[in-house]
Design a protein around this ligand. Structure first.
Ligand code: KIV
Ligand code: ZN
Length: 388
């Protein structure tokens, strides 16, 4: 089994489907360029049949990037696939991504089609897409709630029809990590032509398990993960690109796979997205949130100053951040305040330090966060006896 896991970014398609995340054409092109710099393997640029605007944005992205594959999402309908192909055919590496639901609940209530009809539709759609390009992905929408035997049959049929990637979505975020891993292992074992395609996963975060489910699937043999920057996406979002990539890297001994992502570009990419959609990165967001490398408690600050490995499992620089953030607050200890004073250019003696430390603690009881300017003002007042 290959040790390369492909990163399929769908920020511009599934991500854009999240409320408040709409982007205009220029913003999409600019983000696509950033995603190329980040080193993702595939950019899902949009859903060209959905609107004229989406079609034009996908076409513009297809012409704006060189090294990365550009995918267009299409329902399993010839007219959607033709429209999608029109939009991406100018790309250096185009991919048609077609999808159809395979769960009983979707087939009965949404599609109003029998299993046989769904099988025939999936096969025809993939065959048509494969007549346009050799790079075809098929997604079995709501796969995690589908009958496993039927799902295996669908996979077999679409691979025979020309799908080179088969995506297994947890569309409604229902799966649990152990069971999703078992599903992927089952498909890889049961589908007779499984080795002719890359098995992919696409997890939603309704139970907060999107990254965990994706990791479990990769451990079971999936070799493509569909993700978004900051985990934006429908409802509770999609699996977060930065969390998945850093979990694979930080615990490489467990997964033994490599992604092509340049991790130093993670923070700049998420910042760029946040600026574009006008939604700040939440404080507790793993990897890229403002607090992800901030330490306030005295014990933690002392540990990190002695050796960052005590409380940091990755370096801030490895994800493109400037460095550890020592937050001065009421939990800070004298080591952190001494380090902060040295950083600000005030190497005080022990007696001066004790005076400033006491003053900082007093201020921190009244103020949620003590900024560098506050510390500096206290040094000037208490040590140098100056007041503004
Ligand atoms: O969640 C989902 O099932 C999807 C498919 C279209 C891949 O977004
Ligand atoms: Zn989705």
């Amino acid at each position: 089994m290959s040790d390369r896991v492909y990163i399929f970014d769908t920020t511009l398609r599934d991500g854009e489907q999240s409320p408040g995340a709409t982007m205009n054409l220029e913003e999409k092109v600019s983000l696509a360029r950033q995603l190329e710099a980040l080193g993702v393997d595939i950019i899902e640029a949009g859903f060209p049949a959905a609107s004229q605007g989406d079609y034009e944005a996908v076409r513009a992205i297809a012409g704006a990037v060189q090294h990365v594959q550009v995918a267009a999402l299409c329902r399993a309908l010839e007219k959607d696939i033709d429209r999608g192909w029109e939009a991406i055919k100018g790309a250096a590496h185009p991919r048609i991504h077609t999808f159809l639901a395979t769960s009983e609940i979707h087939m009965v209530h949404k599609l109003r089609k029998s299993r046989e009809e769904v099988l025939a539709m999936a096969e025809a759609a993939v065959r048509h897409a494969a007549s346009l390009t050799p790079n075809v992905e098929f997604s079995a929408e709501d796969a995690s709630r589908s009958d496993w035997e039927f799902l295996a049959k669908v996979c077999e049929v679409v691979i025979r029809a020309g799908a080179t990637t088969v995506n297994i979505p947890d569309t409604v975020g229902y799966a649990q990590p152990f069971e999703f891993g078992e599903l992927i292992a089952y498909l890889l074992k049961t589908v007779p032509n499984a080795k002719d395609a890359v098995f992919s996963v696409h997890c939603h975060n309704d139970l907060g398990l999107a990254v965990a489910n994706s990791l479990s699937a990769i451990r079971a043999g999936a070799r493509q993960a569909e993700v978004t920057l900051c985990g934006i996406g429908e409802r509770a979002g999609n699996a977060s690109l930065e969390e998945l990539v850093m979990a694979l890297r930080t615990r490489h001994e467990l997964y033994k796979v490599e992604s092509g992502v340049k991790t130093e570009q993670l923070y700049p990419s998420c910042r760029r997205l946040a600026q574009i959609i006008g939604q700040p990165i939440p404080p507790y967001k793993a990897i890229v949130g403002p607090n992800a490398f901030a330490h306030e408690s005295g014990i933690h600050q002392d540990g990190v100053l002695k050796n960052p490995l005590t409380y940091e499992i990755m370096t801030p620089e490895s994800v493109g951040r400037k460095g550890t953030d020592m937050v001065i607050g009421k939990h800070s200890g004298s080591h952190a305040i001494k380090a902060k004073l040295a950083e600000l250019g005030y190497p005080l003696d022990e007696q001066q330090l004790a005076v400033v430390f006491a003053a900082v603690k007093e201020l921190a009881d009244k103020k949620e966060r003590v900024f560098d300017e506050d510390v500096e003002a206290l040094v000037l007042e208490k040590v140098y006896r100056r007041r503004d």
